[in-house]
Ligand binder design. Structure first.
Ligand code: NIG
Ligand code: FE
Length: 405
């Protein structure tokens, strides 16, 4: 059994657990401590009342947060599309067809090349405080290529998503119905064992409502759980479909109708907002306030992909959500942690209370607010995953010190 660890003199401990579980809203304790035992949180509370433990870490007034839960990422691909990004910044609009460029590069890549890219991006995530991430396929689009993409993703995460229905590949341009049959049949059969989730890009230029329903229904009969890329480029049926199918999440939600907002508000489907995509495509940001004020559960995720959002940084997304989507700092941090956990139907992460997995971030800052207040600054001091320190940075012998009074 690993020795227990007491982390004390925490300037601000974000627990998201006012009721003792992760089901609540943002919650934080000042001048706090926590104890990790057997990969779980064993105790949280005021530093003055902390119990003894085998080992001890002085947080010196730093903030401690639950590890970020990035519930939407496309990490298995080859190549980059920086030229497309530059062209967009020069005034050209984003179109779904750019995905095919990455499909060609991914098909041409070896497993070792794809694995190296995936590990690099997962490593970037970890150094920025992400302790749980979802990873989609969707750049293979043949049975063999999708199967190897989900197998590679499953080497690093339990949250693997089958996205065979990302876009119709060129060889099926004249027969999109034939491609949907492939996605619902042999491709799904080859991928299902590695996947927990199925997703569809339900959008003009990708897949329509009936096609998306067919794919998700076929996946559900194999035990996969649905989630939907919905209303990213324009209003559409995706959000309504996500709610109809009981999806864990409708993602993007950039173009919302009143009916979309009320459907989400009266459902358990999370709206996952991906501000990195709006940043990188110069689209308007989704109306987070409208969703929050209607009572919709909101998650934030990176959407890391080479086309529309080539960032692995949850702190960057938190900063965008606060600055440009008018989320409060508390809402944004909750959505990037507990909200992401909801979007993945996880009850063990996204909060810090007895029983939760000991996944946490120590910031080189005294409060969560600094994530948005100091955009672009590497504030992650340490990351723990299941109670184990992950980054090579040793515990600082001489802490810098953030006075808590
Ligand atoms: O979430 N919308 C679909 N998929 C990605 C874009 C993928 C790409 O352009 O390569 C997204 O933005
Ligand atoms: Fe996406």
């Amino acid at each position: 059994m690993a020795p227990s660890l007491l982390i004390t003199r925490i300037g601000e401990l974000v627990t998201n657990a006012a009721d003792g579980s992760g089901s609540g809203e943002f919650a934080a304790i000042g001048d706090a401590a926590l104890v990790i035992e057997d990969a779980r949180i064993a105790w949280t509370g005021p530093a003055a009342r902390a119990p003894a433990a085998d080992d001890f870490l002085d947080a010196a007034g730093r903030a401690v947060l639950p590890g970020f839960v990035d519930s939407h990422a496309h990490l298995v691909f080859a190549g980059d599309r920086s030229a497309e990004f530059a062209a967009r910044m020069a005034g050209r609009p984003y179109q779904a067809g750019g995905i095919r460029t990455t499909v060609a590069a991914t098909r041409a890549a070896t497993d070792a090349e794809l694995r190296a890219g995936l590990h690099r991006l997962a490593g970037e995530m970890l150094t920025q405080g992400t302790t749980t991430f979802e990873c989609k396929s969707g750049y293979g689009l043949t049975t063999d290529d999708e199967a190897r993409c989900v197998a590679l993703a499953a080497e690093l995460t339990d949250e693997v998503t089958y996205l065979g229905a990302h876009v119709v590949p060129v060889e099926f341009a004249a027969d999109p119905a034939g491609y949907v049959d492939l996605v619902c049949g042999p491709m799904l059969a080859a991928c299902a064992a590695h996947c927990r989730w199925a997703d569809v890009f339900c959008e003009r230029g990708a897949f329509g409502e009936d096609e998306a329903r067919a794919v998700l229904t076929a996946a559900m009969t194999r035990g996969l759980l649905p989630r939907v890329h919905a209303s990213q480029l324009g209003p559409g049926p995706g959000i309504r479909l996500a709610v109809e199918l009981g999806a864990a999440s409708a993602d993007h939600c950039t173009f919302l109708t009143d009916a979309d907002v009320s459907a989400l508000a009266s459902s358990a489907t999370v709206a996952t907002l991906l501000p990195g995509a709006e940043f990188s495509t110069r689209q308007p940001y989704p109306d987070a306030r409208r969703l929050l004020d209607a009572g919709v559960t909101v998650a934030l995720a990176t959407d890391c992909n080479p086309g529309t959002s080539y960032t692995t940084s949850m702190p960057f997304c938190v900063a965008l959500a606060v600055r440009d989507m008018r989320m409060t700092t508390e809402e944004a941090v909750w959505s990037a942690t507990a909200g992401g956990a909801r979007a993945l139907r996880r009850t063990d992460v996204g909060y810090l209370a007895p029983g939760a997995r000991a996944d946490l971030v120590i910031l080189d800052a005294p409060s969560h607010t600094h994530l948005a207040y100091r955009p672009g600054v590497p504030l992650v001091h340490a990351v723990y995953q299941s109670g184990r320190r992950q980054l090579n940075d040793p515990p600082s012998a001489k802490p810098r010190g953030y006075s808590t009074g």
